[in-house]
Design a protein around this ligand. Structure first.
Ligand code: ADP
Ligand code: MG
Length: 255
């Protein structure tokens, strides 16, 4: 230890307590500004946020406050104009588009409000094809098991147009988690679903989070849903307005 201390400057991310867990997400000084006809639009104006491994964060705020943009930055789908994104120990800035795509494939699942399934593929293919691209020999078995887990074992050969909204979102969820991501990002996943159907999708998302310790960032307008997370991060005008503790999963049962 002493020899190490005398050997020179500490490594860059040296920590006094080596056992202190690294956050799964570390955002510092995130800004996104885009040009528009009216000049530069500042969408995110300096976001600093750490999310612990296994934590569930509810991201709330008025429409236009920057929630979806922040989620896209987290997914590596949007490059911030300034600031640093680190997920699972990897800093995005040094990664090119291919490296980011590979990293996302192995570490991050995303669920959108509008499902984003491929219309010409069956439910099974929608889930299996990304796994095949990832080189998984068991892609179709794995996809079948994931669809089974979301209650769609009897819909494997159906095309998206033959599925209800809730079923399509469950396919999208199966696809998002099939590769076993450390991080699941969900942007208003129940926004296009009726109450009961949405609740079933949310139960599946939280069950996954609880069972496998998948870190969750969930954008929602549903206060009860946000409260079911460990923390509620409120955005306003591209900044974090407040961070509050959530009430936990009990808040869901009370709906
Ligand atoms: P939220 O998800 O909270 O509703 P968004 O992140 O979608 O907010 O958008 C934040 C703001 O950025 C909005 O005012 C929106 O109009 C603007 N915005 C989003 N994407 C673009 C873009 N590609 N070009 C210009 N403005 C954009
Ligand atoms: Mg949005």
């Amino acid at each position: 230890m002493r020899a190490h201390l005398l050997a020179g400057p500490a490594p860059r991310d040296f920590r006094m307590d080596a056992s202190a867990p690294q956050p799964l997400i570390a955002l510092s000084g995130i800004e996104v500004s885009l040009p528009s006809e009216a000049g530069l639009v500042h969408i995110l104006r300096g976001i600093d946020l750490d999310v612990a491994d296994g934590e569930a964060v509810g991201l709330v705020g008025p429409s236009g406050s920057g929630k979806s943009t922040l989620l896209m930055v987290l997914a590596g789908l949007e490059r911030p104009t300034a600031g640093e994104v680190r997920v699972a120990g990897r800093t995005f800035a040094g990664m090119d588009e291919d490296a980011l795509a590979l990293f996302r494939r192995d570490n991050i699942g995303v669920v959108f409000q509008s499902f984003h399934l491929i219309a010409t593929m069956t439910a099974l293919e929608n889930v299996a094809v990304p796994l095949e691209f990832a080189g998984r020999r068991d892609a179709f078995d794995r996809a079948g098991a994931e669809l089974e887990a979301v209650g769609l074992g009897h819909r494997l050969g159906h095309y998206p147009s033959q599925l209800s909204g809730g079923e399509q979102q469950r396919v999208a969820l199966a696809r998002a988690v099939a590769a076993g991501p450390k991080l699941l990002l969900a942007d208003e996943p129940t926004g296009n679903l009726d109450g009961a159907t949405g609740a079933a999708v949310i139960d599946l998302i939280f069950a996954r989070h609880a069972r496998l310790g998948t870190t969750l960032v969930l954008i929602t307008h549903d206060v009860a849903l946000a409260s079911a997370c460990d923390r509620i991060v409120q955005l306003k005008d591209g900044r974090i307005e407040s961070i509050a503790p959530g009430a936990g999963r009990g808040a869901l049962a009370a709906r």
